[in-house]
Design a protein around this ligand. Structure first.
Ligand code: TDO
Length: 187
């Protein structure tokens, strides 16, 4: 498993080894013990899988409030997408900053996003599948969203037109309008 740091401390890109043969490949997409030994100890309890039909479908930016905050491990099961994490931990030196990573079936990269970050993605291909692990269960009463086009965040989604959005995402507030429930703790 190759582990790459990003500009947001704690958010890392994981690239598992792929063992290719005449049939295709085999890959361990998550190995808890090995990752814990590398300093990334996560107890993932829920796996999610969604399909987006149209390129330019944008889901996000989402978070779950404590006591059901979620860390996520995200990868692309089919096609290609651009995955984004935004630091919303009050007091963090990187508060309000974002990073974006191209996750494709081909490159096998995964984004590990700790609690305290918004998560969203936009699809680049038709019939794109995303698969991700979560460290807590879905808790709709703790569900929250921030506007994907919040000017204070200034995320460059690489869009060529208007994205396809859910009603919830189309009416999400700006970050400055929410009371962020996360507080940064120095490591
Ligand atoms: C997220 C989630 C949704 N649902 C249901 C609620 C609703 O009826 C339907 C669709 O939900 P949403 O519109 O929230 O799905 P979606 O917009 O794909 O939400 C997801 O977006 C990405 C960016 C994330 O990071 C995820 O944590 C999640 O928030 O699925 C569950 O049953 N379990 C879950 O864990």
């Amino acid at each position: 498993m190759n582990i790459e740091q990003t500009a947001l401390p704690g958010v890392v890109i994981l690239t598992p080894a792929r063992f290719g043969d005449a049939r295709g490949f085999f890959s361990e997409s998550w190995n808890r013990d090995r990752m814990a030994k590398a300093g990334y100890d996560y107890d993932f309890v829920q796996d999610n899988h969604s399909l987006s039909m149209t390129p330019g479908t944008l889901r996000g930016l989402h978070y779950q409030r404590p006591p059901h905050a979620q860390a996520k491990l995200v990868r692309c099961g089919r096609g290609a997408l651009f995955d984004v994490a935004v630091d919303i931990r009050r007091g963090s030196p990187t508060y309000g900053q974002w990073i974006g990573v191209d996750l494709t079936f081909e490159n096998g990269r995964q984004l590990l996003i700790p609690e305290g970050f918004l998560h969203g993605f936009v699809t680049r291909t038709p019939e794109t599948e995303i698969v991700y692990k979560c460290s807590d269960y879905y808790a709709p009463e703790c569900d929250g969203a921030v506007a994907w086009d919040d000017p204070d965040l200034g995320i460059d989604w690489g869009l060529t037109g208007a994205p396809v959005l859910s009603d919830k995402d189309a009416s999400a507030p700006q970050l400055s309008k929410i009371d962020t429930p996360f507080v940064w703790e120095a490591a």
